[in-house]
Design a protein. Structure first.
Length: 216
């Protein structure tokens, strides 16, 4: 068991909730600064996503148990998300006035939340924060899984990318590129070692990219 597997996944999840709440309160104190209002909205959207879509699974101790199949990838993602959220929301935005391009990051955040939620609902009981399969596990090929193999991860990355582009400070960019994205890549590679043993998954995987159609 590596050191990541010793970290209960509830801790970084609750840390993300706490940091987001602090960011909301912190930014409310700077009403005169450009972008602060948007940062509060961004933080509220992220907080709602955590509490509504993520909390039930993240706080489930059985779902968070460390297993050899995980290799600590779930904890790596949870910790990377915590660090990225802190760096994005607790630092001032880098731009000084409202422009039309600011709408794009918001669209990415909303699209990411919707896609992740839809993917998790499509998986149903096959979804877990652990890398594991059930006895009757099968490849899910409908819904967003028609287009990519891991749409829930695509949604999470889109959401954090939108947050990065909106805040646009050096720490949010660095943590997204150097921590968060590699954590998801590690998770996907670890997960697919197990999924390839499921009947039909290898054939399903041949016709679809992992995260982005035509890219990877």
């Amino acid at each position: 068991m590596n050191f990541l597997q010793r970290i209960p996944t509830q801790i970084p999840f609750l840390g993300s909730v706490a940091v987001t709440v602090v960011a909301i309160v912190w930014n409310l104190g700077f009403e005169d600064a450009a972008g602060r209002f948007g940062t509060v909205g961004l933080a509220l959207a992220y907080l709602a996503m955590l509490l509504v879509f993520e909390s039930r699974v993240a706080l489930n101790s059985r779902g968070a148990e460390a297993r050899s199949d995980d290799r600590g990838t779930g904890q790596a993602i949870a910790c990377a998300r915590l660090v990225h959220v802190a760096c994005a929301l607790l630092w001032p935005v880098s731009w000084t006035h409202w422009e039309l391009w600011v709408v794009l990051p918001g669209v990415l955040v909303i699209s990411g939340v919707v896609l992740r939620h839809r993917a998790i609902r499509t998986l149903g009981r096959f979804y877990s924060r652990r890398v594991r399969t059930l006895e009757d596990h099968r490849a899910v090929t409908h819904g967003p899984y028609r287009f990519v193999r891991h749409p829930a991860y695509t949604g999470a990355l889109l959401m954090h990318l939108g947050m990065t582009l909106y805040q646009l400070n050096i720490l949010s960019v660095v943590t997204f590129v150097a921590l968060l994205a590699p954590a998801f890549v590690w998770r996907i590679r670890t997960e697919e070692r197990l999924l390839m043993k499921i009947t039909g998954y290898e054939e399903y995987a041949r016709g679809r990219r992992r995260l982005l159609p035509l890219v990877w």
